[in-house]
Design a protein around this ligand. Structure first.
Ligand code: X8Z
Ligand code: ZN
Length: 608
């Protein structure tokens, strides 16, 4: 830290000393003019975001069959937001001022660039396309989360299906649960076809080639650069993933008393999409599930808050507890809600909420900490130095990173011991612990950077034909994850659309890969430079210094350039090395376990 400070003090001195003699240009008049425009924009933007979020909140927390009011009201607010952010006036004004950006302050330029970016998805010149996209999106959300899942003819929740996939050894039951979880896709296909078209048509008027390119531009990257990055992540983790895949085939075959398959049958894995295999191992002594199950979901929430507070963060505002929708709705409640976890910054200020279906188990424990990461990020950058339009992450991956990092830290042994969540002094197997972490963080990469990213690239950038959706999906699942469906899945299914993000958070799933890479960089930095502990065995609890560091990273929101901010925070560029180093000790172990076994994944990944 001290080094960075000295450096930042040196730069201005160096600049002053070599400043040319002539009088600096006076830009105060134009800066004042631009500021007047920005102040007006920010005020209106904040008002419209609030209305739109409130509309979406009702739509997603209380879905009643046959009710059209919620989506009608949501659409009105969404359209008002789109009309403003995409108005000709705002586009032209932003462009006009950006043409003289040398005369403006850095934070003014950032705001103008973000205004231009926001306009890109809603340009007035796209005509009815934007309005139709809003209607189609809301209809898709209602269908996805209003869907009534059934198992053996009885209503069932996604939490219940997930529990079966995590814990059942009954092959028929597993197959039935997996199959039931994919039914929702059938009714989502037409909507996705429409959205593929409308999303692309929304962004082309302002010069983006397609919707994938639009989302990548928020990182200041082209689609090609983004794919190069996500493919590099896959290449980096591939040797380890290949060992994990081999290990899992043999492990699961033995567990289920089945012949060893070449590719893993999707219904064998403890997750609907095979994106997280953690539940495959139970690390004796470190399993907090029994302890969590002594408590209820409210306790899990409070404990999550307590962890963040131990780092010196504020208590969550009272309104968070009053307005959030944190707990599950039963399958026969008469209404449904979004069953995927999310965090909301309703008014871009103090009104922060989370939408979850928390139960007292390890998966939800990690998810609670993940969502609170978003919430504390919101709270950190809601300050007078960050104008509303820049109240977002340094990049989208940052926003996903810190909560997940706290989730990683929350399950390490010194912390668990200290918190009394496991027996003190218990002997545990460090390798198994590392394996269970790899089954989350490493397994996620071929899924996120491979299947999800490559599918959405094909969908938007390559205009994937609707009669190829399912074929393409399963081709990618086999290629990157080495997973196959229980039986052929024809185009009447739309298995991609069973994944929330395909419908309502499109073309940005690589954020989670970027977040995994970043969080290991930050974790490595914190462990070594703040806590002075082994990154594999840390105890963040109560470390105010860690909290101060995190707050410093989060407080500027998007007023900073994310690459410079990373360099200034941890002294390095984005790199998967800390993640790879972390898991390196596992390679030897897995190679020994896999000795004599047949590998079915190629030694190197292939890209299309
Ligand atoms: O979607 C999420 C978060 C949303 S804020 C719960 N995650 C990805 C997923 O569930 O697919 C977190 C990890 C990956
Ligand atoms: Zn998230």
């Amino acid at each position: 830290m001290r080094k960075l400070l000295t450096l930042s003090l040196l730069i201005p001195i160096a600049l002053i000393s070599c400043k040319p003699k002539e009088k600096a240009e006076d830009n105060s008049a134009i800066q004042k003019e631009v500021q007047t425009y920005l102040d007006g924009y920010n005020a209106e933007y904040q008002k419209l975001v609030t209305a739109s979020s409130e509309g979406q909140w009702i739509l997603q927390t209380h879905i009643v069959e046959g009710d059209t009011m919620a989506s009608h009201n949501a659409a009105i607010a969404d359209e008002a937001y789109a009309k403003f952010t995409g108005s000709k006036t705002n586009i032209e004004t932003a462009q006009k001022y950006l043409a003289m950006k040398d005369k403006l302050t850095a934070i003014q330029v950032r705001q103008l660039e973000y205004i231009r970016y926001l306009a890109g998805n809603n340009p007035e010149t796209a005509g009815d396309v934007v309005k139709n996209r809003i209607t189609a999106t809301n209809a898709q959300v209602e269908k996805l989360f209003g869907f009534k899942y059934t198992l053996n003819g009885k209503p069932v929740t996604t939490n219940q299906l997930d529990e079966i996939l995590r814990s059942s050894n009954n092959m028929n039951e597993r197959l039935a649960a997996w199959t039931a979880s994919k039914e929702v896709g059938v009714g989502l296909k037409d909507g996705l076809v429409e959205l593929q078209k409308l999303r692309n048509e929304s962004v082309t008027p302002l010069g983006y080639s397609d919707f994938f390119a639009y989302l990548a531009s928020e990182y200041n990257m082209t689609s090609e650069e983004m794919l190069e990055l996500t493919r590099s992540f896959i290449t980096d983790v591939w040797p380890l993933y290949r060992e994990l895949h081999t290990w899992a085939r043999y492990e699961l075959a033995e567990k289920y008393n089945q012949p060893v398959p070449d590719y893993i049958p999707a219904q064998w894995l403890p997750n609907r999409w095979g994106q997280d295999w953690t539940a495959m191992v139970n690390v004796e002594g470190l399993d907090i599930d029994p302890e969590l199950k002594k408590h209820d979901a409210e306790w899990v929430m409070k404990q999550g808050e307590a962890f963040w507070m131990s780092l010196g963060f504020d208590a969550l505002p009272q309104s968070f507890w009053e307005k959030s929708s944190l707990y599950p709705v039963s399958a026969d409640a008469g209404y449904a809600k979004n069953n995927h976890a999310s965090a909301w910054h309703i008014d871009l200020d103090k009104d922060v909420r989370s939408l979850m279906s928390v139960e007292a188990n390890t998966e939800w424990w990690s998810t609670v900490l993940h969502e609170l990461g978003h919430i504390y990020y919101y709270m950190s950058y809601s300050n007078p130095d960050v104008p509303p339009v820049l109240r977002t992450g340094a990049n989208r991956g940052y926003h996903e990173a810190f909560g997940t990092m706290i989730g990683l830290a929350s399950l390490q042994k010194p912390l668990l011991e200290n918190q009394g969540l496991i027996k003190p002094g218990v002997v545990t197997n460090d390798t198994l612990k590392l394996l269970s972490e790899a089954l989350d963080y490493i397994v996620h990469i071929p899924w996120g950077s491979g299947v999800m990213t490559e599918f959405e690239y094909a969908l938007y950038a390559k205009n994937l034909s609707p009669d190829q959706y399912n074929a393409k999906w399963w081709e990618l699942v086999k290629q990157y994850q080495g997973i196959v469906p229980p039986s052929p899945r024809d185009e009447h299914y739309c298995d991609a659309a069973t994944k929330t993000h395909i419908n309502d958070d499109p073309a940005q799933y690589y954020d989670y890969s970027i977040s995994n890479v970043l969080l290991f960089q930050f974790h490595d930095y914190i462990a070594k430079n703040i806590l002075h502990q082994d990154p594999h065995a840390t105890n963040y609890w109560g470390s105010k210094e860690t909290g101060d560091f995190l707050r410093k990273v989060m407080t500027p929101g998007a007023t900073v350039d994310w690459r410079e901010h990373l360099k200034a925070s941890i002294g390095s560029d984005m790199s998967a090395k800390p993640m790879l180093d972390y898991f390196m000790p596992l390679m030897d172990y897995l190679k020994k376990q896999n000795a004599g076994r047949t590998y079915t994944l190629p030694e190197k990944p292939t890209f299309n």
